[in-house]
Design a protein around this ligand. Structure first.
Ligand code: SF4
Ligand code: SF4
Length: 223
């Protein structure tokens, strides 16, 4: 199976590949910041816990949804995920949750920003200062219930908050508001199919001298 970063090489020169590259860079930064925070403040989720995915359906920006769509179409090639999205009634659990999957998330490498940071990154209080409250489902005894703005003020290094990453995420997406996961990913799948069909048809040859990029046909969900 391809690695998530390899997606960017499948549609070279397109805004989609640029968007995937940018969002993966943001996710890498978010992971490093979250790892640093968790290590410094002894914060961790109990192993195997995926309760948030059972009680929550995230909203996604276009850029986040596009990466998940590409992961489903071009890496997982799993039609069952498309069926789950089509059948989803909007209620929790998240349609991409799978209790039997090792990470509980069927699109784990492509999951959205909130799914990466929830329970593992400080938020902000009403004064814009970092504060962390332990997730109510977190039963890890050694994880502090609260890390206050005062605690953070005495920390060795400043921490990044969910809001900071959220602002950066919203700067790299289209004009539309975030949408519930199923609607956002289904729209992104349609857009990706359209572009894949367009490139495969060769109708873009006049634009680039006939050197159209070769892309894999998204066979499992191809129209
Ligand atoms: S996308 Fe994945 S991590 Fe996010 S809520 Fe759904 S199953 Fe959980
Ligand atoms: S954020 Fe809470 S519910 Fe989600 S994995 Fe961590 S402890 Fe479990």
């Amino acid at each position: 199976m391809k690695e998530i970063h390899e997606l960017c090489d499948l549609l070279p020169g397109t805004f989609m590949a640029d968007s995937w590259r940018s969002i993966l860079e943001l996710y890498d930064e978010a992971r490093l910041a979250s790892d640093r925070f968790q290590e410094s403040f002894n914060v961790h989720c109990p192993e195997g816990c995926g309760t948030c995915c059972e009680h929550f359906v995230p909203e996604l920006t276009e850029a986040e949804a596009s990466l998940i769509a590409a992961y489903i179409l071009l890496i997982k090639e799993d039609e069952r995920l498309l069926e789950r999205l089509l059948k989803h009634d909007g209620e929790a659990p998240c349609p991409l949750y799978d209790a039997n999957s090792p990470y509980h998330c069927t699109v784990y490498p492509a999951r959205g920003l909130i799914c990466r940071l929830f329970g593992a990154c400080p938020s902000e209080d009403k004064n814009g200062l970092a504060v962390f409250r332990k997730c109510k489902y977190n039963e890890a005894q050694d994880t502090p219930n609260l890390i206050s703005a005062q605690d953070f003020a005495h920390a060795a290094a400043p921490v990044s908050t969910m809001r900071e990453f959220g602002v950066r995420l919203s700067s790299m997406t289209g004009p539309h508001d975030p949408q519930p996961l199923a609607a956002a990913v289904l729209a992104a799948i349609s857009q990706l199919r359209f572009i894949a069909n367009y490139l495969a048809s060769g109708s873009h040859d006049d634009d680039n001298g006939g050197a159209g990029p070769e892309i894999p046909t998204p066979t499992p969900i191809a129209s």
